[in-house]
Design a protein around this ligand. Sequence first.
Ligand code: HEC
Ligand SMILES: [Cu+2]
Length: 316
Amino acid sequence: MNATTPLWALPAASDTASRVDALFLVVLAVTGAVTLAIFAVMAVFAIRYRRGSPAQRASPPTQSRVVELTWTFTPLAVFLCFFAWAALVYGSFYRADPAAMTIYVVGKQWMWKAQHANGRREIDELHLPAGQPVRLVLSSEDVIHSFFVPAFRIKQDAVPGRYTAISFTPTRPGVYRLHCAEYCGTDHANMGGRVYVMQPAAFAQWLEQGPSGASLAAQGFELFRRLGCSGCHDARSSVHAPELDGVYGRTVHLADGRTIVADEPYLRDSILLPKKDVVAGFEPIMPSFQGQVSEADLSALISFLKSLQPGGPSGK
Ligand code: HEC
Ligand SMILES: [Cu+2]
């Protein structure tokens, strides 16, 4: 899409876009039809009962239960259908395909930084393969930003201190605009860039190019040793700390009786706020790494923890 493309010609470049558009068009059609019908009836009545017309005006009806029930419950039913449909569409943004490719995206005044699993990084650009489900895990280094790609019809806040995620499948190769949709300071209007949806083969080639560094999980392993995590969490360590193999997706029993599924937000909190969710059977001796790790470090550490799956490192 370029600057001269009119808004109504905005392409639908993802599965979410088609779902949002279908809902929007049906709501527009139904409310538009009702609006036209109301204006038509108004016009008919204005003409029929105009001053001096021979219309019958004696004893107008004052009450009709059938009419009142109909105009109350028909719109209610129609709007509840819209609500249910919209809830399904909304829910689909947050239900990731198990095969989805995870990309970490960090908002920062005033840029978007992305990290792919193989270690490739980009700024104000995001390359994606067509037809492959992706899941963006968003965070922020300063204030609230909002990741907005109109051609995908997705808009998701990136909030400091926590992870948010959104899932979709890009469907149409092309170049689309990326914006920040949450006022975040002086250069907010310039915060954004381009999303490139590529054919899978071209994407695989792109991913291999560029500065060849370690994968995100390998960078995480490096940090895991450098920050001293392994000193406690290594199987040979004398410190009583949980075994981290297969931690991602595990159901964790906490000291206060709650159970929680170890997802990315949980792993994040384990590192930054270890006292928040203390694992049952362990002493709360783990120090907080708040201020010692950047958002980029966190995504590397979490990728590493996720790669510690019983099935072997996956790097997803
Ligand atoms: C001083 C020892 C120590 C260090 C250093 C340490 N941890 Fe821990 N960690 C623990 C203990 C003890 C627990 C269990 C109690 C708790 O939940 O706070 C734990 C819990 C965790 C959990 C939750 C595990 C589960 O089964 O749910 C994760 C994830 C974790 N640590 C990751 C890390 C990472 C990553 C680092 C390095 C950045 C690190 N830890 C450094 C001792 C440590
Ligand atoms: Cu912003």
